[in-house]
Design a protein around this ligand. Structure first.
Ligand code: HMG
Ligand code: MG
Length: 299
């Protein structure tokens, strides 16, 4: 049984643009976010308050937030690695923050310059500040189905860390297959094991499509009751600290599949396709959405 409705978290303006070689202008970032809001997406990750020395593509997230049109029914989210990032998110009036931990020690070091344990210590004050300011916190766990440095990651470890994120105060844990290696059997096994540690309603999935498994994985976990799915316009995405990993599942492809399954989303697919085509043109790259490409050929 699939859920009747699915929540999509659009991560393109963050996960997508953080991985582009060229730094995208504030103007184009603002255009993209406003268009995504128009398409009916209700949760949009607009950027990160991380060190610009580490991820220069996400500098000026404060300017982006100042310039976008704000819709009351849309949740604008930013990534926050520490208290310094939280202060900036607060000033910029975000609706939600996302903290990000890893299930792999080496990836944690490469991505945020700390061990997993240290990163959780850093998140304590961030979550306390968030509670005081009534800002919901989403938690990411990266490398849940494999690590670019360590390879195999034990699902039990993912479950224990997901529990820790929940105990810190996250309302939802997004399980990230950062390098896109997982297959449906592994994805379902992961959900079953992590589901022994945290309620399934608190789980979201974040599949990168490096090995072409993302939609199959989503289909499989929908049957396990997962209702929140991260995706990225035009299949943009990647992590500067996970070389070779390709983009997230494309939002257009996800919505096309959900429409076919008669699962409700709030999204206008035609507009989404147009946005995907235009952002691909701006970035001078081929559109990684199969639906986006097919629609250009067919029309
Ligand atoms: P660090 O170098 O250990 O930090 O980096 P530090 O505390 O020693 O500070 C060093 C400098 O950074 C100082 O500046 C700080 O002020 C500054 P300086 O004195 O040298 O001029 N700094 C900051 N500046 C702006 N905003 C901040 C901030 N914090 C410190 N928040 C740090 C540690 C965590 C900051 C760094 O490693 C970092 O920014 N990492 C971010 C990496 C990142 O964004 N990765 C991509 C997102 S994760 C991902 O893509 C996976 C995901 O999509 C899920 C999946 O696919 O699995 C979420
Ligand atoms: Mg990602």
């Amino acid at each position: 049984m699939y859920p009747k409705e699915v929540n999509i978290v659009e991560v393109g303006p963050r996960d997508g643009l953080q991985n582009e070689v060229e730094i995208v202008s504030v103007e184009d970032r603002v255009w993209l976010i406003n268009q995504l809001a128009q398409s009916g997406l209700k949760k949009i990750e607009v950027g990160s308050f991380v060190s610009p020395k580490w991820v220069p593509q996400m500098a000026d997230t404060d300017k982006v937030l100042r310039q976008i049109k704000r819709y009351k029914d849309i949740t604008y989210i930013t990534l926050v690695p520490n208290s310094k990032g939280f202060e900036q998110a607060l000033i910029s009036n975000v609706n939600e923050i996302a903290i990000f931990a890893a299930a792999s020690e080496t990836f944690s070091q490469k991505n945020i310059n700390s061990s997993i344990t240290e990163s959780f210590e850093r998140f304590i004050p961030v979550c306390e500040q968030a509670v005081r300011n009534k800002i919901p916190v989403r938690g990411y766990l990266s490398c849940v189905l494999g690590c670019p440095y360590e390879g195999y990651i034990a699902p039990e470890k993912v479950g224990e860390l997901a529990r820790k994120l929940l105990d810190l105060g996250c309302y939802e844990i997004s399980l990230g297959d950062t390098i896109g290696v997982g297959t449906p059997f592994q994805a379902v096994t992961l959900i079953d094991i992590v589901g022994n540690h945290v309620p399934r309603e608190c789980l979201a999935v974040h599949f990168h499509d490096t090995y072409g498994q993302a939609l199959a994985n989503i289909y499989a976990v929908l049957e396990r009751g997962i209702k929140t799915i991260d995706s990225s316009i035009a299949g943009l995405g990647g992590c500067p600290y996970a070389k070779g990993a390709s983009g997230n599942v494309a939002t257009e492809d996800l919505v096309y599949m959900l429409n076919g399954l008669e699962i409700k989303t709030s999204v206008n697919l035609d507009l989404l396709i147009q946005i995907g085509q235009k952002i691909s043109k701006i970035l001078n790259r081929s559109n990684a959405s199969k639906v986006g490409r097919a629609s250009k050929i067919l029309n």
